[in-house]
Design a protein around this ligand. Sequence first.
Ligand code: AMP
Length: 278
Amino acid sequence: MVVARSRAELAAARAALTGTVGVVMTMGALHAGHASLLRTARAACDHVVLTVFVNPLQFGPSEDFDRYPRTFDNDLEIAAAEGADIVFAPTVDEMYPGGQPAVLVTPGPLGEVLEGATRPGHFAGALTVVCKLLHLTRPDVAYFGEKDYQQLVLIRAMARDLDLGVEIRGVPTVREPDGLALSSRNRYLSPADRERALVLSRALRVGAEAGAGLGESPDGILAAARSVIAQTPGVELDYLVLTDPDLGPAPQHGPARLLVAARVSATRLIDNIPVEIP
Ligand code: AMP
């Protein structure tokens, strides 16, 4: 496994790869969710490239860029165990040698809603770094978690609208046995907050069961999910929405997506689940 710190080192290691290449992009602090992306890439591609970069461009001024967890030695162990060929871990200067770039990728209207409404500029920052990393790593396929569903939909749209010539694949969310979606930010949760945070995945499950099992309408699905969260003090709901799989208006029946965001103490958590509207 080659650990590349500079673009030049990455280019040299990438040039030595023959066959198909899959890329997994992360901000480090790897957990079993990231390992699942690596494993999915490993199973489908001849080679796997992992990127580890905490991208300042996608953090707001009051967000956790400085205290975002950095666990690089452990990340390398997971990368090696999952069979990554290259780990690209550049510094901020290596990625943005001229400082803040003047040209950014604009996500369009879908970048302004849901997460984008609370985090102005977040998706422009995320799409810009994903675009740069796609150009630097030149993969055939790029793997992203359904955990960050809006990001996945926007990256798909970017690849399509800008003819990036890469296939974007989503990978299902990996959860703790009790349902909590794995996230690098879960380590900010106190034991009591972690218990409260379980309400997010529980509400999504109740909503999905209301649809598939009980035959509820879109309004019934939302009401069922919302009632679960309303019962939990200390959980401040930001949004709970039902959409179509591309984050457009919810269909009257067929495949849909139920998405939630909430603040548990100081930590903002997101989760989502596929739902079948009967
Ligand atoms: P990040 O945690 O922001 O570094 O995410 C890097 C990639 O891992 C993104 O594509 C995420 O959607 C994905 N990811 C994060 N958490 C999970 C999870 N619990 N299950 C599956 N993929 C995940």
